[in-house]
Ligand binder design. Structure first.
Ligand code: PMP
Ligand code: GLN
Length: 378
C-alpha cells in the first residue's frame, strides 16, 4: 500500500486549517442534517442502544433501506439477507472488492475515480483498468467503444459511480444501458457507488444500474447516509445485492469491523422513513449553491463545467493562465486563501485531468461568497 500515502482530502483539509483558508476541497457540508434525525441518535444513546448491533445491521435500518430501494426505484431486496449495513460506503466498497475479486482479476474504473477504489482494488491484489471520462459538450462522459475495449479475459467487475465524484456527471439512461449490456455480455459484476443518489439537479434523474434488464442479479448497489442527510461523520452505509453476493461481502466485512454505530443506524432508519422531504429541500438548496459557486468562479475567470449532481464542480484553470492543477492548488491557499482539489490526483493518466480543479459547493452561502471574493484576487 506504499504508493497510497495520505488521501488528498486529508492533505488538503490540513492545508486549509494550517493556512486559515476556506476549504472548498474535502466534500462535507458545513450545516447539520435534519434536527429530528439527530435527536433520534441522541435518544438512542440515552436509551441504552450502546452495544454491538447485529452484524448485518439493525433490522429497522435494513427494513428502511429495503423500502427506500422499493419506493424510489421499484427494486426488491429482502431486508434479511439482501441488505447489509456497513461503515459508510467506503467499507462497503472495500469489502465488496475484497469479497468478489481474486488476485490478478481486473476491475474497470472510470477515471477520474474516487480514491478509495484504487486502494480497495490494490488490497484485493486485483488490477484496476481505467477508462477515461472525457469532456464532450460540457460534461464528462465515456466512449462506449473505449469501455468495451477495456474488457479482457480477467475482467471481473466494473465499478460505476453515478452521480460521479469528482466530475458532477450523472450517467444517462443510454450510458448506463451500454454499461449494462457489457456486463451481461461478459458476465461481469457491477459495483455501483450511489452515495450522491439524491443530489441531482435540474430535474436530472438518478438511475440505479440494478434497474436495467438483467442487472439486479449481478449488481452490488452501494450507498450511504453521509451525503443524503449531511452527516458525513456518521459513516453509515449499506449494500443491496442478491443473497450470495451479500453473504460474500458480509464474510469480509465481519472481519474488518464486524459492526458499528448502533445509535446512528437507528437514526438513519428514521431519516430514510421520515426525512425525505428534508432531502428534497436540501437538493434544491445545493442546486442553488452550485449556481452560486459556478457564477462566482466564472466571474473570477475560470471556465466552469456544468455539474448535474454531487457536491462538486469542475473548473478549467487554463483561462486563468495555468495548466497544472496540482501546482495551482498548492499555491491557491497562499495566493487566495482558498483550498481546492486538483482533479489529476484521481487519474492513472494525470495529464488528462491536469487542467481541472474540483471545488465543493456544499457550504453556507456566505462561505461561498467569501471564497469567490478571494478567488477574484487571482
Ligand atoms: N464514494 C464517493 C464517490 C464519495 O464521494 C465518498 C465520500 N463522500 C464515498 C464513497 C465515501 O462514503 P462514506 O463517507 O459513506 O464512506
Ligand atoms: N468524499 C469526500 C470527497 O470526495 C471526501 C471523503 C474523504 O475525506 N475520504 O471530497
Amino acid at each position: 500500500m506504499r504508493e497510497f500515502g495520505t488521501t488528498v482530502f486529508a492533505t488538503m483539509t490540513r492545508l486549509a486549517v494550517e493556512t486559515g483558508s476556506i476549504n472548498l476541497g474535502q466534500g462535507f457540508p458545513d450545516t447539520d442534517g435534519p434536527e429530528a434525525m439527530l435527536e433520534r441518535a441522541v435518544e438512542a444513546i440515552r436509551g441504552g442502544l450502546n452495544q454491538y448491533p447485529p452484524g448485518p445491521g439493525i433490522p429497522e435500518l435494513r427494513q428502511a433501506v429495503s423500502e427506500h430501494q422499493k419506493d424510489g426505484y421499484g427494486l426488491d431486496y429482502d431486508p434479511d439477507g439482501e441488505v447489509l449495513v456497513t461503515v459508510g460506503a467506503t467499507e462497503a466498497i472495500a469489502a465488496t472488492v475484497l469479497a468478489l475479486c481474486e488476485p490478478g482479476d481486473e476491475v474497470i474504473v472510470f477515471e477520474p475515480y474516487y480514491d478509495s477504489y484504487a486502494a480497495a482494488i490494490a488490497l484485493a491484489g486485483a488490477a484496476r483498468v481505467p477508462v477515461p471520462l472525457r469532456v464532450d459538450a460540457g460534461r464528462f462522459t465515456f466512449d462506449p467503444g473505449e469501455l468495451a475495449a477495456a474488457v479482457g479475459p480477467r475482467t471481473r467487475a466494473i465499478l460505476v459511480n453515478s452521480p460521479h465524484n469528482p466530475t458532477g456527471t450523472v450517467f444517462t439512461r443510454e450510458e448506463l444501458a451500454s454499461i449494462a449490456r457489457l456486463c451481461e455480455e461478459h458476465d461481469l459484476i457491477a459495483i455501483t457507488d450511489e452515495v450522491y443518489e439524491h443530489l441531482t439537479f435540474d430535474g436530472v434523474e438518478h438511475l440505479p444500474l440494478a434497474t436495467f434488464p438483467g442487472m439486479r442479479e449481478r449488481t452490488v448497489t452501494i450507498s450511504s447516509a453521509g451525503k443524503t442527510f449531511s452527516v458525513t461523520g456518521w459513516k453509515i452505509g449499506w449494500v443491496c445485492a442478491p443473497y450470495t453476493l451479500v453473504s460474500a461481502v458480509q464474510a469480509v466485512k465481519q472481519f474488518m469491523t464486524f459492526t458499528s454505530g448502533a445509535p446512528w443506524q437507528l437514526a438513519v432508519a428514521y431519516g430514510l422513513r421520515h426525512e425525505m422531504e428534508w432531502v428534497a429541500a436540501q437538493r434544491a438548496s445545493l442546486s442553488a449553491k452550485r449556481d452560486r459557486l459556478a457564477a462566482g468562479l466564472a466571474s473570477s475567470g475560470f471556465e466552469v463545467l456544468r455539474s448535474a449532481g454531487t457536491y462538486f464542480i469542475q473548473a478549467d484553470i487554463r483561462s486563468l493562465g495555468f495548466d497544472d492543477g496540482l501546482a495551482f492548488t498548492r499555491q491557491l491557499p497562499e495566493r487566495a486563501g482558498v483550498v481546492a482539489i486538483p482533479t489529476q490526483v484521481f487519474y492513472d493518466h494525470p495529464e488528462y485531468g491536469a487542467r481541472y480543479v474540483r471545488f465543493a459547493f456544499c457550504k453556507r452561502d456566505e462561505v461561498i461568497d467569501e471564497a469567490v471574493d478571494r478567488l477574484k484576487r487571482l
